[in-house]
Design a protein around this ligand. Structure first.
Ligand code: FAD
Length: 511
């Protein structure tokens, strides 16, 4: 892989900033199309590092050199706690550090994007790109891909807890599905994982490994993009920093920002595209005033967790520690599942709750995938590289607290079903005495799905148009979780991979 000091050319066709779930896909597709590409990644090369490769060890990565070490700001709704929000800082980005779940949600998640002004993003449009991205172990079908770079498979040897959760779901009256990415997502199913032969199969293995030696690709690792270089309103290159040294790289056809939901808005603001008062306060020349950069921040709240003491010793965790999922509606009047649960074959607790749970053997975590709370990201320093204030507004919408209370009650009921009751000695938390709102304030964490901070749309304030071109600039695209206008009801790695595929289509057509 080329390093920046000795191999930086004067000009590339494209510069891609960020090698994560979105950037890896765009890079691959641009390289395959024969373009000269510079891929800039702030993190290092994690290939061969056991903690990154072993699916069971993903929870150990946060707080290490492979993580950005960020937190959500403390808010009253979560008991004034700062909540860690890990982000991969490594080749492959958060796709190299995530929990490897591959789940696409409900078709109406994407049709909703069309309603919000994102023409060309219906489920039918997105499904083509989802299928292109994957090789599903169950073979190709109208709904699943058979030739894509990312391998996706159900658990090879499911943990007894995962099997018990699926069986208990059936006993509680939920549908039992073969595949949550099949014709329906409502019910219990074995999870889909980006795991192959017992190892993580993320953006590096899927999208990057086949092109790292390509002559038309340069990968600059441990190199931070600081700001865009402009020729008028055309993105003409990127100012970079590595080992304290500044460099400039030029792009003749354009720049693709794929630095994730926090760093992409920071780069836009630091380059003159953002709320005008912020740009003026930072002393940044205004290229395009865009009030919504950093706004519309969304995430899924995750309750960690409903914890249990087991009635017998359980085998050690397998896969990512889980192996099953359950999707259901908090209330029958909902038009699609908004609650999502998974088992953990170990204790699962926020730091605030952990001290109460020394005897926990397993947990069921419940997340709200139909969250209505919204927040924002703001730059708080005197310069654009200063600290971020990141507040997704977790639980700030009363409907979210209500849905999660119902979610916890549903998990208590699930655990009473014979298949789970057989594994359970007793429920440790929440207890019958616990007030559920107080429990939520302690137990609410994040599903690690921040998005929406550079949303696409067709209204005047949208940051990108539906072809992912930044409004007010030329030759500049965004291809990461920032562009999501409305958070879908699923984990976001598959969604951002799909966005990377769509971005590559648009860029190759437009540039
Ligand atoms: C711990 C964890 C568990 C998760 N579990 C799952 C899961 O099981 N399933 C799922 O679907 N989703 C999961 N997610 C979410 C999913 O991984 C993310 O939504 C997705 O990876 C985001 O992709 P992205 O391209 O937007 O950003 P990222 O993948 O984070 O990529 C951004 C890249 O840009 C780099 N970068 C940032 N700033 C700069 C800069 N200035 N210069 C150069 N490079 C820069 C970063 O280092 C990073 O490599 C999880 C996430 C985490 C962190």
């Amino acid at each position: 892989m080329a390093g920046i000091g000795d191999t930086l050319a004067a000009t590339y066709d494209f510069i891609v900033v960020g090698s994560g779930s979105g950037g890896s896909v765009v890079t691959r597709r641009l390289v395959e199309a024969g373009h000269e590409v510079l891929l800039v990644e702030a993190g290092g090369d994690g290939r061969g590092v056991p903690v990154l490769e072993d699916p069971r060890r993903w929870t150990e990565i946060a707080g290490t050199e492979w993580d950005w070490g960020l937190s959500y700001a403390p808010t009253p709704e979560v008991g004034g706690r700062a909540i860690a929000i890990p982000r991969g800082r490594v080749l492959g980005g958060s796709g190299t550090t995530n929990a490897m779940m591959w789940y696409r949600g409900h078709p109406s998640d994407y049709d909703r994007w069309v309603e919000l002004g994102c023409s060309g993003w219906s489920w039918a449009d997105c499904l083509t790109a989802f299928r292109r991205a994957e090789t599903w172990a169950g073979g190709p079908s109208d709904l699943r891909g058979g030739e894509g770079p990312l391998r996706v498979a159900p658990p090879a040897d499911p943990h007894p807890l995962a099997l018990a959760m699926i069986e208990a779901s059936g006993q509680a009256g939920h549908a039992v599905l073969d595949d949550p990415n099949g014709a329906s997502n409502e019910g219990a199913a074995p999870a889909n994982f980006n795991i192959d032969a017992g190892r993580r199969f993320g953006p590096v293995e899927g999208h990057l490994s086949g092109i790292l030696d390509a002559e038309n690709l340069t990968v600059a690792l441990s190199t931070a993009a600081l700001a865009l270089l402009w020729q008028g309103d055309r993105a003409a290159g990127v100012r970079l920093c590595r080992d304290g040294e500044r460099h400039e790289a030029r792009a003749s056809r354009g720049v693709v920002l794929a630095a994730g939901a926090f760093e992409t808005p920071r780069l836009l603001i630091g380059s003159g595209i953002g709320p005008e008062p912020t740009l003026r306060a930072l002393g940044v020349s205004v290229v395009a005033p865009r009030a919504d950069v950093g706004d519309n921040l969304q995430d899924h709240p995750l309750v960690r967790g409903v914890n249990f003491a087991a009635s017998r010793a359980l085998p050690p965790p397998r896969d990512n520690g889980g192996g099953a999922i359950l999707n259901w509606r908090s209330e029958p009047t909902r038009d699609k599942p908004d609650l999502h649960a998974f088992p953990v074959a170990a204790r699962s607790a926020t730091p605030a709750l952990a001290e109460r749970l020394s005897k926990a053997d397993f947990a069921i975590c419940v997340g709200l995938m139909g969250s209505k709370s919204r927040g924002r990201l703001t730059l708080t320093g005197a310069t654009a590289d200063g600290p971020l204030h990141i507040d997704p507004g977790l639980l700030s919408h009363p409907d979210d607290r209500k849905a999660l209370r119902l979610g916890i009650e549903a998990i208590k009921d699930l655990a009473r079903q014979p298949a789970l009751a057989a594994l359970t000695e007793r429920r440790l938390c929440p207890t019958e005495e616990d007030d559920l709102d107080a429990f939520l304030a302690l137990a609410c964490g994040t599903f690690f799905h921040p998005c929406g901070t550079a949303r696409m749309g067709s209204d005047d304030e949208a940051v990108t148009d539906p072809r992912l071109r930044v409004n007010g600039a030329e030759s500049l695209w965004v291809a990461d979780a920032s562009v999501i206008p409305d958070i879908p009801s699923c984990n976001t790695h598959s969604v951002v991979t799909m966005i990377g595929e769509r971005a590559a289509e648009f860029i190759l057509e437009d540039a």
